[in-house]
Design a protein around this ligand. Structure first.
Ligand SMILES: [Zn+2]
Length: 430
């Protein structure tokens, strides 16, 4: 007979109003726009649309869907030796999901790492949409004339997807972004719909994400960013853990990169990136834990360092403000691409997440009724947490000669964290 060592089911049904530990502790954080239903923005807005290429000339309008297609196609025709348009696929309503792939045609076989920008997975968060279009234009026209852009393009393969959720953006029709919505045509939040390594997603995988997964799988992106709006902050991984529960293996590098992004923008405007933290930088889970986001998907499944950029406090930015946002974001957006040439030293991808979790061995994993831990010392306190950091089971190892076994039969199946108190945790599946 196997003897149960210790079992204490603590707080399994803690208050239903419980939310992120760190958000509560800090008390001052602005709610994450990704974590709440869309809020109506009070200020009257101008949402001018460009229904021709000429009307986009001063970059103070949103393109109609047809103008967007015309812009992408014109660049491909104007710079055939420098770029081509990738068709990632079509949305549920049949709109094109495109990416501008910038790579000079050369005879050398120089290794060029692949970089990826993707914007507006939330259809109403359109600032990044125009920023990405303007970035494409700036890079292509700067090649051969601007030494920084020329060097960057010569050393990097850059893919820019300006509009990841066209059905959300053109929810009321191709001629306007007025009434754009966060969700795809099925009403699903695409940034909660990616395979999540550490938590369940609710809805079946949506077509737009399935296509995006095929696209990123066919490439080897090393660095990327997913662009949003509703706040102004650099949100680095993980989204599904707090930084104390399980820091990203490259957390220090992320902080440096995010601070560089914000600091550069502040040399052009000191008022931005202030609404969530003073630094303009936060670990995603410390703001609010979410599951099914693309950032964690890219980091975990593709070893691609992806960050979430929240670019404007207003989701659907008034068009007269677009040039101002470009002015203060332009250099940060270019410099972030160049960060691909200074990836964190010794970083071997996300396998580090498991190897850094000490000598502890846990079996079986996945487990059903019981889980046993080896590699501990007498007196060590073991705890099992859910993904919100709540301690569900605690036990103390009584002697060096005895393994420690936890009864987990009372817990619902899912993903949990296990380890000694105060240290990094191993991920277990029940
Ligand atoms: Zn968003």
């Amino acid at each position: 007979m196997r003897k149960k060592i210790l079992f204490a089911g603590i707080g399994l049904l803690l208050s239903a109003s419980f939310c992120s530990l760190s958000a509560v502790a800090q008390g001052v954080l602005k709610p994450r726009p990704d974590a709440f239903p869309p809020v109506d923005e009070p200020a009257p807005k101008v949402l001018n649309m460009a229904s021709s290429l000429e009307q986009m000339a001063s970059w103070d309008r949103y393109p109609t869907y047809e103008t967007y297609l015309a812009m992408m196609s014109r660049w491909a025709q104007e710079f055939p030796a420098l770029c081509h348009v990738d068709t990632i696929g079509t949305s549920l309503e049949g709109r094109l999901i495109l990416s501008m792939y910038i790579e000079p045609q050369t005879d050398d076989d120089l290794y060029r790492p692949e970089f990826f920008y993707s914007s507006t997975i939330h259809g109403d968060e359109v600032t990044g949409y125009v920023m990405m279009l303007r970035l494409i234009d700036t890079l292509l026209h700067g090649y051969g004339t601007n030494p920084q852009y020329t060097d960057l393009i010569n050393r990097t393969r850059i893919s820019i997807n300006p509009l990841a959720n066209p059905d959300g953006t053109y929810h009321r029709g191709n001629h306007t972004v007025q009434g754009s919505q966060r969700y795809n045509a099925n009403g699903v939040d695409l940034n909660r719909n990616y395979p999540d390594p550490f938590g369940a997603t609710k809805e079946p995988l949506q077509q737009e994400n399935e296509l995006m997964i095929a696209y990123v799988t066919a490439h080897h992106f090393k660095l990327s960013a997913n662009l949003h709006g509703g706040s102004e902050v650099m949100n680095y991984p993980w989204d599904c853990f707090t930084s104390t529960t399980n820091p990203h293996p490259a957390a220090e590098w992320w902080q440096e990169v995010c601070h560089r992004f914000v600091d550069t923008s502040r040399t052009y405007s000191s008022t931005h990136f202030r609404d969530v933290t003073n630094s303009g930088v936060i670990a995603g889970g410390d703001w609010y834990v979410i599951h099914g986001g693309r950032q964690d998907y890219m980091n975990y499944y593709h070893n691609c360092l992806e960050v979430t950029m929240e670019l404007s406090t207003s989701k659907t930015l008034s068009t007269d403000k677009l040039p101002e946002y470009w002015r203060f974001l332009q250099h940060s957006l270019v410099n972030y691409i160049a960060e691909i040439h200074s990836l964190p030293e010794g970083y071997n991808g996300i396998s580090d997440l498991r190897s850094q979790t000490s000598d502890l061995s846990v079996y079986p994993n996945p487990a059903s009724d019981r889980v046993t831990l080896d590699g501990l010392n007498a007196g060590d306190r073991v705890e099992l947490l859910d993904l919100n950091g709540r301690v569900l089971i605690q036990a103390i190892k009584q002697s060096d000669n005895q393994a420690i076994t936890l009864d987990v039969s009372g817990l619902p199946s899912g993903t949990y964290l296990l380890g000694t108190a105060g240290s990094k945790k191993i991920i277990i599946k029940l």
